[in-house]
Design a protein. Structure first.
Length: 234
């Protein structure tokens, strides 16, 4: 599984100004001076001052207020595009999040390269009681099942490639591919929508694999909107 940054629009300041427009006001970045040490080799360390643009504490407080009281529209004036890679069932769980998110996925009607596949680090036991709990502890035969799983995947992919070589139409040949094969898609949405995905899918009751994927999404978005992301997901 993988999450890569593609593009984004907006900053924490964009969220602030989308909210402040109701009072016909606008905020600006604050300038903060910082001292930096740089190793210059023979001359030793040189000290110089730099300036950085930061969000004022007043504006950060506004963002936290908006998030706390579910005033979500200012967060919608942003856009983030990610390139995602995940096994088919995990992708399906991602696609259940429709509000504020759009996806374009690769199609094996047009792509004939050998597909990659996802291999869990371990296999888990089924849960006792409610199946809504997903899974339990490590299966005692996890390593053995992992080897069997990989063998079956490889055999299915080899059969798929044989069908393609024999001119079976790709739109039917793809039916033989297992659920463990990974797919790629571009996922674009606003800050609020990705935060909603993150909170639901990083929850301990979510499937372990999509928890991992949600944390990868968070790792990409957090540096882009540090104040907003913390306020929306804490």
């Amino acid at each position: 599984m993988n999450v890569e940054y593609v593009d984004h629009m907006g900053t924490d300041l964009s969220v602030v100004n989308a909210a402040r427009v109701s009072f016909d006001r606008q905020s600006e970045w604050e300038t903060r001076k910082a001292t930096t040490l740089e190793d210059s080799g023979v001359l030793g360390s040189l000290e110089y001052e730099t300036e950085e643009k930061v969000l004022s504490e007043k504006d950060a407080k506004l963002i936290r207020f908006l998030a706390k009281h579910d005033h979500w529209t200012p967060f919608g004036h942003t856009a983030i595009s990610l390139r995602m890679q995940a096994p088919i069932p995990v992708r399906t769980q991602c696609f259940k999040h429709k509000v504020g998110l759009v996806e374009n996925e690769e199609s094996r009607r047009y792509v004939f390269s050998k597909p990659g596949y996802f291999v869990p680090e371990l296999f888990r036991m089924k849960p006792e009681g409610s199946t809504k709990q997903g899974s339990a502890d490590v299966h005692p035969m996890s390593d053995w099942w992992r080897d069997v799983y990989v063998t079956c995947l490889e055999e299915a992919i080899e059969l798929y490639e044989a069908m393609i070589r024999d001119d079976v139409c790709p739109e039917q040949a793809r039916f033989i591919l297992p659920q463990g094969c990974e797919v790629n898609w571009v996922w674009t949405g606003n800050l609020m929508s990705f935060a909603n995905f993150y909170k639901k899918r990083s929850d301990p009751h979510a499937q372990r694999e999509i928890q991992d994927l949600a944390h990868m999404v968070g790792d990409v978005i957090r540096p882009l909107f540090p104040v907003s992301w913390e306020a929306l997901t804490k």
